[in-house]
Ligand binder design. Sequence first.
Ligand SMILES: Cc1ncc(COP(=O)(O)O)c(C=O)c1O
Length: 483
Amino acid sequence: MKSIFEKTKGISEKYVGIVGEEYNFNDICEFIPENFVRREAIDLPQLSELEVLRHYKELSDRNFCIEKGFYPLGSCTMKYNPKVNELLANLEGFTNLHPLQSDEDSQGALELMYKLQEKLKYITGMDAITLQPAAGAHGELTGMMIIKKYFETKGESYRNKVIIPDSAHGTNPASAKMCGFDIVEVKSNEKGQVDIEALKALIDDNVAAIMMTNPNTLGIFEENVLEISDIMHKNGSLLYYDGANFNAIMGWTNPALMGFDVVHLNLHKTFATPHGGGGPGAGPVAVVDKLKDFLPVPTIEFDGEKYYRNYNLPNSIGKVRGFYGNFGVLVRAYAYILMMGTNLKLASADAVLNANYIKEKLKNAYDLPYDEPCMHEFVLSGERQHKQGVSTLGIAKRLMDSNYHPPTVYFPLIVHEAIMIEPTESESKEVLDGFIDTMLKIAKEIEENPQEVLKAPQTTPIKKVDETLAARQPNLTYKVNQI
Ligand SMILES: Cc1ncc(COP(=O)(O)O)c(C=O)c1O
């Protein structure tokens, strides 16, 4: 049998399909319009295995990852992903399974998904769940589609507004808008929390839901969440929980106890699965009982004897993804949950402790707009340093010279020159102290010699670049020894 690679090398008379039948080239061409038929060999680079390996090794050497250094990227929960999870996700029974195989053939995979669902339901306190969405934002979209369909089915399609705090992640308004909702912003108060009086003033019959993150993107726990849930539910509205910050609360409380109706989790954050470079991720959506009929199909069920995919859900919003999400991510998350057990609660406690430790050590050298006890992350402002000649971007780049991945910068939008630090539970006190010392050193450098800081980074594979030029004339072609 010819390989696909050989087939692309030249147009031969006979094609051999992957199942072994022979196709005549002319027979195939009959179905393809003449202008789409390629008659010359495709111009693919012809490289040896060794050359390809060197290429990827070189790329990976240039990359920054948690195995290389501290990665305090706020709101992203860049915790350590245990390597044993990789071994499990690579088990042959999982990697060789095709999504179109029958339920009978896929009992092991379906069992894993079902059991993961049960764990996540327990952890969130919710009644039903889908593992289908491929990311947090995709979970938001799924959740908002569920809310929309729920109100349509109830005859309340006039509910066209979604309230979102001004501290929210940009994907929240984007997801709600994509579902056809109008976005109404609610202000934060001086403690960085939803302003209850401002919220009350926005409530009317047209409000479908509020989307909240708790702890919010400032790393602050919304202490009035029960009152908010009461206000919304009395109005017949629903509460959506953005679970991006779930690493702060595992086992201590849950969205159901806080009064939420729909929640997404970013498995690639809280549950230690890889999410560098855009994925693959997973954003399961869990709901309270009254919303379970609207979940995407198929749901994964167990009838007491066997696991199966259930397509019989007449009110379902339909499929939100081809096949069933990023299965390998689900395996890793399930392995992590089993490995951690009740220590998940300790992980959250350590994440919160680490964040508070760094915050207290840095709050005199940088501005801290919301000086409150924080949860798993906190937000500094580089306003003072900006006035001294170095913006937050400059601080981020200077950190790279000391082998630290920069924190999240310029988010949330309500903090000027924001520097959002999330250490996670994975790091030792020595690592935290090293980072604190570097941040203090940078603040001092900016006071004494800001020009020096502006030259950073100088120790990275790509040094300080002309950003205007890079944006105007992006060179995206890889060439060996180009840089
Ligand atoms: C608060 C918050 N919500 C939603 C998202 C979107 O999640 P994802 O990147 O998985 O799509 C993020 C991502 O950082 C986030 O921080």
